[in-house]
Design a protein. Structure first.
Lengths: 199, 199
């Protein structure tokens, strides 16, 4: 992977690259290129908003990127600090919870053109087998921020989930739910994704 | 927390309780009661579907539970094995990817009635300050599966995200997107959650 010994480039999100790859593998199942470039994106956004800021995150795709945010920031889906939009755009925003000012970073298709392996992977120009993982990871760790764009933004739509206030028992299923949903829970409202086995 | 020395009850999801609490704190920010009871739920569902099964997960709330699934199974949001429904029901299903058979587990409000601290927390009957975290965690680790219900289910609505197939460049923002969304990306379609800073 052409790493340079003890250079500043050998760290990402405050840890050695090896640990980024190891944490990604443990959590995500393998060192996915999308999570690794995600770490580079988090690193850039974090640097842009400056030190000591409590940051919330918004991620614009379900693919890979939410795991980079969950691993390399304090924001997770379950603690409510990361919100995820199913927009299929490879972009994330970290922003100051207090001021709503932040930085949006995206993997820039135009900039990946200078890096054929990354370009082909990102735009799905070649089948997965044609691009060995090790090669692609090496290219990503060489290219780093040169394939990214970023902009300072102010969050205009807050997107944070409402605090849990009251809890009611659904007359449909008998389970606890948030009565702001209506007379019954969203599960009973939207229909089941399962049927009983053996029923 | 009234733990018994080296009893089988001192493990959860294949690790000592201390490690469950430590991993929860590292990932989620603190040993949240919702993540800890989530670990008990994962443990029960996992046992019900049996060993050696590659399981996908469906979670029915954004609160806490997705973090338990991400920490204590191989399923994460970013690797696509965990799907999350914003239904505000404290329930999860683990199911065999191949057969779609699985187990749905939920925190059962009726069963929590026998455990006042858990009942009050779950149904939000008392303010947070009135229930010290340490006390609540102790009660959860005492009660464990006695406050849960579970059912064998067959997944009828698959819910898995479609595989990335083609990538196009959005004429609106110039970013890469999935052309199945339409002529432009969902970000341009739905409107921004941010405005440019200084623009």
């Amino acid at each position: 992977m052409n790493k340079k010994d003890s250079s500043v480039e050998d760290t990402l999100c405050g840890r050695p690259i090896e640990r980024v790859l190891e944490e990604t593998t443990n959590f995500h199942g393998f060192p996915a290129p999308g999570v690794v470039i995600g770490a580079v994106m988090v690193d850039l956004a974090r640097e842009q908003i400056g030190p000591g800021i409590e940051a919330d995150a918004i991620v614009e795709t379900l693919r890979c990127l939410p795991d980079a945010v969950q691993l390399f920031t304090a924001c997770t889906l379950g603690n409510g600090w990361m919100r995820v939009l199913d927009w299929d755009r490879f972009a994330l925003t970290l922003y100051d919870r207090a001021t709503r000012r932040g930085c949006r970073v995206w993997l820039d298709a135009a900039k990946t053109a200078a890096h054929p392996a990354i370009h082909d992977w990102f735009l799905k120009r070649v089948p997965k087998d044609a691009l060995p993982l090790e090669t692609l990871l090496g290219k990503i760790l060489e290219a780093r921020r040169t394939v990214l764009s970023c902009r300072s933004v102010i969050i205009s739509d807050f997107l944070r989930r409402p605090k849990k206030e009251a809890v009611a028992i659904c007359p449909g299923c008998g389970e606890a739910f948030d009565p702001r949903a209506g007379d019954c829970c969203k599960g009973c409202l939207h229909g089941k994704y399962f049927k009983m086995d053996g029923a």
